[in-house]
Design a protein around this ligand. Structure first.
Ligand SMILES: [Zn+2]
Ligand SMILES: [Zn+2]
Length: 313
């Protein structure tokens, strides 16, 4: 199953000539999930190779203007294009319904079904072969990060081992793949461990939205394949990051190191930075920690519409 991310907006607080404010599209198979919808997101999509699909699910991290101002325009565009049946669900933290009440005079009546779903931290949406779960972050307002996780899958079936053990073709092999023991003709019991390889871990993506560096994020992101963490500032603005409950690039890198994530993408970058200077920042560590072996986490500054692709496993 293909899984990738499209960074539609990577600017903090306001758009710049090069960057849009927060918006990230997750593509999983044929599904398109939009996380945050900063001003101009629909145009970012139109300018990309993706175009503007009739999105069915949009997830907001919080209700600061740089994360949702693109939504009213996009909802109106869907209506003007004649969308009348395809439902749209918008998820977000507490306060989402109040936001829609306030937007109502601008939106008017929309011809397609629109539902606003408020999520609590820890609430999980089951999707069959993956889940989406909101988690609390620290931004001084109602705000959620999101974990997209696939369950671990059983290891590959070793046909040669099954042949050697005398497991006949047919239901017995299915039972072993489902984790059940079977007894073969010789009277021997064959266990799943004898014919299945190592379990294949599911993929895990974690999106923080805006947050100060937080143990809550470390916990939610533990072992993630990819952590998309905000990095509004560089180390020389650490004080400002504290006051506004944002993170520096170095703090985001430290969160990634503690959470043992495989890849870190920095986004929500102050308009004063161009991007590459974020990669020069070192994780904030204590002297004792600094002596420990280097982190495998790699800071990546994400540019507009840059893509991270991992192949299907
Ligand atoms: Zn923001
Ligand atoms: Zn914010």
């Amino acid at each position: 199953m293909d899984l990738d991310l499209v960074f539609l907006g990577t600017a903090a607080s306001m758009p710049t000539a090069q960057r849009g404010p927060a918006a990230l599209l997750v593509r999983r198979g044929s599904e398109r999930l939009l996380f945050d919808c900063g001003e101009g997101t629909q145009r970012q999509l139109q300018r990309s190779a993706i175009g503007l699909p009739d999105l069915q699910e949009i997830f907001l991290t919080h209700f600061h203007a740089d994360h949702f101002l693109g939504l009213p325009g996009m909802l109106k565009t869907f209506a003007l294009r004649g969308r009348d049946e395809t439902p749209l669900t918008v998820y977000g933290p507490r306060g989402l319904r109040e936001l829609f009440k306030r937007l109502h005079p601008f939106l008017g009546r929309l011809p397609y079904p629109l539902t606003a779903v408020e999520l609590e931290a820890g609430e999980r949406l089951e999707r069959g072969d993956y889940t989406i779960e909101g988690f609390a972050v620290e931004h001084g307002t109602e705000a959620l990060g999101y974990v997209i996780a696939e369950p671990d899958r059983p290891g590959r079936f070793d046909v040669a081992a099954a042949d050697a053990l005398g497991v006949p073709d047919g239901p017995a092999r299915g039972q072993l793949q489902a984790g059940e023991e079977v007894t073969v003709g010789s009277g021997r019991t064959v266990t799943p461990a004898e014919v299945l390889g190592e379990p294949r871990p599911g993929r895990k993506l974690v999106l923080t939205g805006d947050t100060a560096p937080s143990p809550l994020v470390v916990q939610a992101a533990h072992g993630a394949d990819l952590l998309v963490h905000e990095a509004s500032f560089l180390a020389d603005e650490a004080q400002r990051a504290r006051e506004t409950m944002h993170s520096t690039a170095a703090e985001a890198a430290e969160v990634a190191r503690l959470a043992r994530v495989r890849l870190l993408a920095l986004t929500h970058v102050s308009p004063r930075y161009f991007g590459p200077e974020l990669g020069d920042q070192r994780p904030v560590t204590s002297p004792r920690r600094r002596r420990c072996r280097r982190s495998s986490a790699t800071p990546v500054s994400s540019r507009r519409s840059s893509r991270l692709r991992r192949t299907t496993r």
